[in-house]
Design a protein around this ligand. Structure first.
Ligand code: TXA
Ligand code: MG
Length: 343
């Protein structure tokens, strides 16, 4: 099937009606959003939410994002919507911005929020996601639909590779667009704090509400992150992955050194550099002049190195502006913060 952009035209597709019934029966269903595929469950049900943690192998202290399709749903779940959050909702919902609010008691399974007094909420900008939420009439808890620690899924095949046999269904809506997860912003503080950089950039947020803070843990890996999920290793390919902060001849020396050891070397690089380097597997998801192209192909590229069975992977350092902030956050996490710097 091809996904109709109009939610109204999707309602009667069997993929939607069957998945809606599964969600209502507290089964877990993977579906596309504009960022990555999510693994959805009825956020009101302990039974359903438990299945999400089980299928992903996700630690129980890492809370889930609740997905909604209307403003009324937000007011049912949270204590208050601060003025700044109001303006961000106006500007970016539906879209890749998750906001943290003080939660109302007794509205959601406590497992969703992992015992916190706050709840993360977003309204996704994808017709399939919106249709499932509307038709089920439920708030849908949905983490990325990968096995915990693996790169997030941007195609239905990625979800299948990780979770086949562990979940009730996957709604295939093709490849997701943005390719990195939503930005997580804590609005319970006077000056909002970015807990995870993502699809909406810091610059875009600051254009609406003025200066925001960035969680110290994102800059200094020793600090304890406020977003529990940010403390776990993530997105990592199976082979050792190291970022290279230097020019191409420096990178080539590092590659040649590994090749002398008989290793199959992979390189994650910008398109404009792919012909200037020699390695066993050269994967270039996009170009530095349009970083959104790198974001779109980021996770698929990390997964490809696993399929190719590279023994060692080097990655280029991308500019940390705009969406580059999210790209470098994910690459640094995938590399366990290992960066070799040219002297
Ligand atoms: O784009 C996305 O956000 C995707 C799609 C499926 O919507 N979802 C996603 O969910 O990335 P997940 O579970 O993989 O990441 C949720 C992040 C985690 O880092 C988690 O710790 C944080 O949000 N989070 C959730 N609730 C929180 C809370 N109450 N306070 C602070 N951080 C929270
Ligand atoms: Mg995730």
């Amino acid at each position: 099937w091809t996904v109709d952009k109009n939610v109204d035209n999707l309602r009667n597709y069997p993929q939607i009606t069957q998945s809606t019934q599964m969600l209502i029966r507290n089964e877990v269903v993977a579906f596309p959003t504009e960022t990555v595929y999510g693994l959805g469950a009825n956020a009101k049900s302990d039974e359903a939410v438990k299945k999400v943690f089980m299928a992903k192998g996700r630690p129980g202290d890492n809370p889930l994002i609740v997905h909604i399709a209307s403003r009324t749903q937000l007011d049912e779940l949270v204590e208050d919507v601060p003025g700044q959050a109001e303006r961000l909702i106006e500007a970016f919902w539906p879209g890749p911005l998750t906001l943290i609010f003080n939660k109302k008691q007794g509205k959601l399974s406590d497992l969703v929020t992992a015992g916190l007094e706050t709840v993360a909420i977003r309204m996704p900008d994808h017709p399939v996601a919106l249709c499932l939420i509307q038709e089920s009439g439920l708030p849908i808890a949905a983490p990325s639909a990968n096995t915990s620690g693996r790169p997030s899924p941007t195609t239905a095949q990625h979800v299948k590779d990780d979770l086949s046999g562990k979940i009730a269904a996957i709604v295939d809506g093709g490849a997701t667009g943005i390719g990195v997860e939503s930005t997580v912003l804590d609005c319970t503080e006077n000056t909002p704090v970015i807990l995870r950089p993502g699809g909406v950039t810091r610059e875009e947020i600051e254009a609406v509400i003025g200066e925001v803070r960035v969680d110290a843990a994102l800059k200094n890996k020793a600090a304890a992150p406020k977003s529990p999920g940010m403390k776990y290793t993530h997105y990592a390919p199976k082979a050792p992955f190291i970022l290279v902060d230097g020019n191409l001849s420096f990178m080539q020396e590092l590659i040649d050194e590994k090749k002398l050891q008989g290793l199959k070397v992979g390189v994650f690089i910008a398109k404009e550099h792919e012909n200037e380097i020699k390695a066993d597997y050269i994967l270039a998801p996009g170009t530095s002049s349009d970083l959104y192209t790198v974001a779109t192909g980021l996770y698929d590229t990390l997964r490809k190195f696993d399929e190719l069975e590279a023994d060692f992977i080097f990655g280029e350092v991308f500019p940390v502006t705009g969406i580059g902030e999210a790209i470098m956050n994910r690459l640094l996490k995938a590399a366990g913060h290992e960066v070799v710097k040219q002297m």
